[in-house]
Write a protein of this length. Structure first.
Length: 253
């Protein structure tokens, strides 16, 4: 039997209309779909009639399928000659553990294809109506996870000193520590926002300053999955959010 292949599909932040056409085609061509926890369950409507669905949830703060087990599943099915479609939320190449999976599959002699998608950081910025790289405020954007593999945190002071917009993933549970650490370098009135369930019908947003964002996030019970955005460019969101519906005005007040 010929060896199959694996396609790493980026499902975007949630709503199916944010899928790329290439992603939809790949899902429809798969024999086995390995679906992450944060992926919209309706994505199964795009599968072929014969395709098997295996849920392999991985979500911060929740019980998760071990990464080694997911990689064994991909190898097993691909070596059986099947087309395995590994479906990840956001963009597969951004905090999606794709690097580990690609290396493991290549060692096994299995072809890997990658389909890009919209990361939740971009979806959060779109919901706020801001450019993460607004040239009046910064020279770029840094995408960073709130904790490293060993549980330690990045050098927040060094990141703050770059003057870049910070898009912080997996940081909702430690937003108080993050804002305090960034506050050693950034001004307390630096614009900040936290967006939960970005790019979906459940999206919620809080705009504040670095000084107040942790308190506001706690008051509004913002939790994972969420993206924290910090920097001068985020200040452009205040008027945009205030002009929206009443619930959003309350969150940005």
């Amino acid at each position: 039997m010929n060896t199959g292949k694996v396609t790493l599909v980026s499902a975007g932040p949630g709503d199916l209309d944010l899928l790329t056409l290439r992603a939809a085609r790949a899902i429809g061509a798969g024999d086995v779909l390995l679906i992450d926890d944060l992926v919209n369950e309706d994505i199964a409507t795009l599968k072929a009639s014969h395709a098997r669905i295996v849920k392999v949830g991985k979500r911060g703060g929740c019980k998760s399928t071990p990464q080694a087990f997911i990689q064994r599943l991909m190898r097993r099915y691909a070596l059986q000659g099947k087309h395995v479609v590994r479906i990840k939320g956001g963009d597969a190449l951004l905090f999606g553990r794709a690097g580990e999976e690609i290396a493991d599959l290549r060692r096994a002699g299995i072809d890997v294809e990658i389909v890009n998608g919209i990361s939740s950081g971009f979806a959060a910025a779109a919901g706020l109506g801001v450019s993460l790289t607004h040239r009046d405020h910064c020279q770029g954007v840094i995408f960073v996870t709130a904790h490293l593999r060993d549980g330690t945190e990045p050098d927040w002071a060094a990141l703050a000193a770059t003057g870049m917009t910070l898009a912080i993933y997996m940081g909702a549970s430690r937003i108080d520590r993050i804002s305090e650490a960034l506050g050693s370098t950034l001004a307390p009135d630096t614009p900040a926002a936290i967006v939960q369930w970005a790019g979906t019908s459940r999206e919620r947003r809080v705009c504040a300053t670095l000084r107040d964002i942790a308190v506001r996030a706690t008051e509004e019970q913002m939790a994972s999955p969420a993206v924290i955005l910090i920097g001068g460019a985020i200040g452009e969101a205040i008027d945009h959010v205030a002009a929206r519906s009443e619930p959003l005005r309350q969150l940005s007040a």
